[in-house]
Design a protein around this ligand. Structure first.
Ligand code: PEP
Ligand code: MN
Length: 338
């Protein structure tokens, strides 16, 4: 349920209304003071609240029922786009955010070199996996804590904030020490115990869509994190499983405008895991920018042929540089910049 307040209500009136709602009906309140209007979202069991009682409150203009089960992620709760700050980077602004780097951190030298190269091409953050959720237990599983340390060193060397995937709540302390944006991978989108833990911290989360999950399920997973108090969630479309075998996954490009209509959270696209083929990453990245994505996360490797994971879909630094140059006019055409 959402209360749209009258124009010109004071902060004190908003606070009084919220305290009364919690005391009288046991619901949590989420006031949002926007540029043109103030709204109060009610979270919890609102079924017993008589709407007439709310409509007659002095500060209240209108009461709206929210049908969707996600509340805090819902755009109705928060009509303006959310912006998330990571160091000097503002995610969800007119500037499209490019995250680039290797699938896996392989050595300090490798990650520092790639970081510098992608930075020069226009990347604003560095990606690199240290705990790798691989389909086979016999393939490279990541450098783990050592890998995160190398990511930290790459950040010190380049100034780029770092993004890395968490696979288990037990790793949280390490991630809080070394990582600026914590990635939740496709396989863990519905690991609810992990999501609840991530809700208790104050660190932006890059939440990837499960490869067999609907957009509503993705939004409910965001809700798990946000309901714990951590509202800095970035959603990421990374391709879903379909009957098509020409690509690793099928990039659901319509996910971007659909999500943007339903939620105020920033929406990113990962064309690398969607395509699974390096030559398709650039055209899919262009499509993502054209359709309104707030950012891209792209795999870049200095020597893709010998990469320890996902080499077939990794761009060389030169190819990444070419990709960024090609994105600039598209971004401009849709009122954004890179
Ligand atoms: C990754 O980013 O390297 C990764 C494993 O992504 P996803 O969870 O989308 O497969
Ligand atoms: Mn990968």
């Amino acid at each position: 349920m959402i209360l749209v307040l009258k124009q010109g209500v004071s902060r004190e009136q908003v606070d009084q209304l919220c305290s009364w709602l919690t005391a009288a009906y046991g619901v949590q309140t989420s006031p949002i003071i926007g540029s043109s209007m103030t709204i109060v979202g009610l979270v919890g069991d609102t079924s017993g609240i008589p709407i007439e009682k709310l409509e007659i409150q002095d500060a209240v203009e209108r009461v709206m029922k929210v049908q969707e089960p996600y509340k805090r992620a819902n755009r109705k709760f928060h009509p303006d786009d959310s912006q998330i700050r990571v160091g000097d980077v503002v995610i969800g602004s007119d500037r499209i955010c490019l995250i680039a780097g290797p699938c896996s951190v392989e050595s300090e030298e490798q990650v520092c070199r790639i970081a510098e190269q992608v930075r020069q091409s226009g990347a604003m953050m560095l990606r690199g996996g240290a705990f790798k959720p691989r389909s086979s237990p016999y393939t490279f599983q990541g450098l783990k804590a050592e890998g995160l340390l190398y990511m930290k060193r790459a950040r010190q060397a380049t100034g780029l904030p770092v993004v890395s995937e968490i696979t288990n709540p037990a790793q949280l302390e390490l991630f809080l020490e070394f990582v600026d944006v914590i990635q939740v991978g496709t396989r863990n989108m519905q690991n609810f115990e992990l999501l609840k833990e991530l809700g208790r911290i104050k660190r932006p989360i890059l939440l990837k869509r499960g490869f067999a999950n609907t957009l509503d399920e993705l939004l409910m997973s965001a809700e798990y994190i946000m309901s714990g108090g951590n509202t800095d969630v970035i959603l990421c479309e990374r391709g879903i499983r379909t009957f098509e075998t020409s690509t690793r996954n099928t990039l659901d490009i319509s996910a971007v405008p659909v999500l943007k209509s339903r939620t105020h959270l920033p929406v990113f696209v990962d064309p690398s895991h969607a395509a699974g083929i390096a030559s398709l990453v650039e055209p899919l990245a262009r499509a993502a920018v054209a359709v309104g994505a707030d950012g891209l996360i792209i795999e870049v490797h200095n020597d893709p042929v010998h990469a320890l994971s996902d080499g077939q879909q990794s761009l060389t630094p030169v190819a990444f540089d070419h990709l960024v140059a090609g994105l600039r006019p598209i971004a401009q055409a849709v009122g954004r910049s890179i």
